[in-house]
Design a protein around this ligand. Structure first.
Ligand code: FA5
Length: 350
């Protein structure tokens, strides 16, 4: 059989174009079909090489016809691409809009920080005993933090190495991050005449950092001033709060201690609820079986004088407790730093 002429071959190519592109099912098919016509080994590319078989006058019209067929291929290719796009879109639209088999994601629900939970409970105890709640600033004058509380000028707490001093805007002011909430006692007494019965919660700052000392921690100060206040009022208030927080059986002890703003002064310890006093290497109680939770005492007359109260007429008690330490004891936490690392797995487990 004779080989078909280039003209017949070109006509056959032209007739096959539409069917070839109609068969393309995806972009990959489309690329392959296009290559079959116009690729390096494509039928249209090859047929150009047969031009010399034609008589001279037929060559030019043949070349034009090849170009026309190339145009056919291009149009068929772009129609097929459009068809594939709309088929894909139709498939997408016919899918259910929402995959209801996918399990939902539970939103994370925040919780109150354990220190704040302890703080709120203690506030509830004292407000039920008739105490008001007062607050003061975290950035304080050294005068309120130390001087009015009777700290002697060379007291080590005033050393730059023990407290966070800040540059002050007014020349002569010594400003620092308060090291205890006793500053608010001073502010309360300066702004209210006696009697005073208030608690003062808040954050305080010191250059401390170990298993039971954090550079930022929370204290809650208590102050009661009136005629005839005695040490038994102090013990009564503290016992009421400890029983509410830890239950009736918890062991506590008072130790005589020194604070310049009280006389007599004491510290109160709670039995180590982490090791129960059984671990000589316990990092919380350091093997003593006790953890110090607060300082307290009867307000020193020097303080009354510094705020303009009559020390002959008034007596008062004050205490300052460490909320973080109480939180450690309540939740059995053996390192205060865990409370401030913001690990939600740890905090969420308490
Ligand atoms: C004072 O801060 C006194 N202002 C308390 C006071 C108030 C005494 C009124 C008398 C009258 P002290 O430095 O001991 O005292 O701290 C009180 C409590 O804060 C400690 O018993 C302890 O529970 C807690 N505490 C102290 N330093 C830290 C720290 N770095 N991290 C966590 N808790 C601390």
């Amino acid at each position: 059989m004779d080989q078909e002429s280039p003209i017949e071959a070109l006509d056959a190519i032209a007739r096959s174009v539409d069917e070839a592109f109609a068969a393309a099912r995806d972009d990959n098919d489309l690329r392959q079909v296009t290559a079959r016509f116009t690729g390096r080994d494509g039928s249209l590319t090859k047929i150009m090489k047969r031009i010399p078989e034609l008589p001279g006058p037929e060559r030019k019209p043949f070349g034009q016809r090849v170009n026309e067929v190339k145009g056919l291929v291009e149009r068929a290719q772009s129609n097929a691409a459009e068809r594939l796009r709309s088929e894909a879109r139709a498939r997408e639209l016919s899918r259910p809009a929402l995959d209801i088999t996918l399990p939902g994601r539970r939103p994370r629900i925040g919780r109150i920080h354990p220190c704040m939970r302890t703080m709120h409970e203690i506030i509830d105890v004292f407000t039920s005993l008739g105490f008001d709640v007062a607050e003061g600033p975290e950035v304080e004058l050294a005068e309120n933090n130390f001087d009015r509380l009777g700290f002697p000028p060379d007291h080590p707490a005033m050393d730059m190495h023990d407290s966070f001093f800040l540059p002050s805007r007014r020349p002569g002011d010594r400003v620092l991050l308060r090291t205890h909430t006793s500053t608010v006692q001073v502010r309360e007494m300066l702004s209210h005449p006696p009697p005073v019965q208030a608690i003062m919660p808040g954050a305080v700052f010191r250059r401390d950092d170990d298993a039971t000392h954090s550079p930022m921690f929370f204290q809650l100060e208590g102050l009661m001033v009136d005629e005839g206040i005695t040490l038994s009022n102090l013990r009564g208030a503290l016992e009421a709060f400890l029983t509410r927080l830890f239950g009736a059986g918890v062991k506590t002890r008072f130790r005589a201690s020194y604070f310049p703003f009280v006389e007599p002064g004491a510290e109160m310890d709670v039995e180590c609820l982490i090791c129960g006093g059984r671990d000589p290497h316990c990092r919380v109680c350091k093997g003593t079986g006790w953890l110090e939770i607060l300082g307290c005492g009867m307000v020193h007359p020097v303080v009354f004088e510094s705020v303009g109260y009559d020390p002959e007429r008034y007596r008062g008690f004050a205490f300052g407790m460490g909320i973080d330490r109480l939180t450690m004891l309540r939740y059995g936490i053996n390192d205060i730093r865990h409370l401030f690392e913001n690990d939600v797995r740890f905090l969420g487990s308490l």
